[in-house]
Ligand binder design. Structure first.
Ligand SMILES: [Zn+2]
Length: 370
């Protein structure tokens, strides 16, 4: 294992944040896997899993059981890890400007499309190499004028030429679930099966350019832009939601790390015996995920917990008016698994209280939470 420490753009004299990168296997070899934890820095179960992965990868490396290269960034957001506001850790949004740490990554397809037109040809393998080196060069040329942008660019530079990119997060209070691109449903379902995911949510574009899509979507965009040339989807990207924020458990972290190793074995990255269990769910469209939203302010009383399977019309929660005591029952329109719910029990109007992986809705616009 080699470790590398990357210094981020210093915001002021005397202040320096760094990113630690671990590399396993053979540098520059294929397939390349990139895994990072806790880009949303308050989603700390991901850090337990990356620590377990580091141990397992070191063992496998000593056995010569890693094909290609694995790049692991155990704590992807040192800026967010250090942020506190009014006594609370704040790892999701940049306190400087309110920006979500997992949005606003660069659109690399836009930067490479013009130069690629003259370089693509009839061989999909050759095209993959040409596109990969163009994406690598475009990522290296990104410019940052603040530390958070530098962090985002650096993470993208480390990941953009990988065959598999796994971004480890968690939700507020949730069961295991996975986000990925619709045309990569098969791999997403394998990953979900390995992890015991109870929802696998697919979109061709979630909106807002989260990290996984910044790596995987350029291939889809280029495939659509150049129908006359064979272009593979050569990067599988997924966001893994490792249950809820409070689910910090050594047992679960070890289990999840082994599940990720099983998935990597199934993809030919690790030589380690693995058996992927039967999936607990089929993939569903992210556009069909139904947010249960508070219509007015009130105290939230849930009638469902994460993992419950509901049918249309089921009571999800009561919203109790603080002035009158009147109860507004909140029911769902679509059936499916309730895969996540909010942590606080006081709701302001418009607050998303729970999410159901349904199939009957067709939401448009930005599909992820802000
Ligand atoms: Zn997150």
């Amino acid at each position: 294992m080699k470790t590398e420490t990357i210094a981020l753009l210093s915001p002021a004299p005397g202040t320096q944040q760094t990113l630690q990168v671990q590399r396993y296997g053979t540098s520059g070899a294929s397939p390349k896997v990139y895994i990072q934890g806790a880009l949303h820095a308050d989603e700390v179960p991901a850090i337990l899993v990356t620590q377990q992965l580091a141990r397992r990868f070191a063992e496998l490396e000593s056995q010569g059981a890693i094909e290609g290269e694995i790049v692991l960034v155990p704590c992807a957001n040192p800026i967010g890890l250090a942020q506190h506001n009014l006594g609370q850790h704040q790892g999701r949004f940049d306190l400087r400007d309110g920006g979500n740490f997992n949005r606003g990554f660069a659109h690399l397809a836009d930067l490479v499309k013009d130069s690629l037109r003259a370089q693509l040809g009839p061989s999909s393998t050759d095209n993959t190499q040409v596109i990969r080196s163009a994406l690598r060069a475009a990522a290296q040329a990104l410019h940052a004028n603040n530390t958070v942008q530098d962090l985002k660019n650096t993470l993208l530079q480390l990941a953009v030429d990988a065959d598999i990119v796994l971004d480890l997060h968690c939700d507020t209070d949730a069961v295991m679930h996975v986000y990925a691109l619709t045309p990569q449903a098969e791999m997403a379902e394998q990953l979900g099966a390995a992890l015991g995911a109870q929802a696998v949510l697919l979109a061709t574009e979630s909106g807002g350019t989260p990290f996984d899509e910044a790596c995987s979507r350029p291939w889809l965009v280029l495939q659509e832009l150049f129908p006359e040339f064979p272009v593979e989807l050569a990067c599988f990207g997924a966001t893994v939601e490792l249950r809820g924020e409070a689910d910090t458990s050594h047992v679960l972290a070890k289990k999840d790390a082994l599940a990720l190793c099983d998935f990597l074995s199934s993809q030919g990255v690790l030589r380690h015996s693995s058996a992927i269990p039967s999936p607990l769910c089929s993939a569903t469209p992210l556009a069909g995920s139904e947010p249960i939203t508070a219509p007015h302010a009130g105290v939230v009383v849930f009638h469902c917990t994460p993992g419950d399977v509901v049918v249309a019309g089921d009571l999800i929660a009561d919203l109790v008016d603080a002035a009158t005591g009147a109860i507004t029952p909140l029911v769902c329109k679509s059936g499916g698994v309730l895969y996540g719910r909010c942590g606080q029990r006081w709701a302001q109007p418009g607050k998303r209280l729970a999410k159901i992986a349904g199939t009957s809705l067709a939401r448009t616009g930005k599909l992820l939470s802000p």
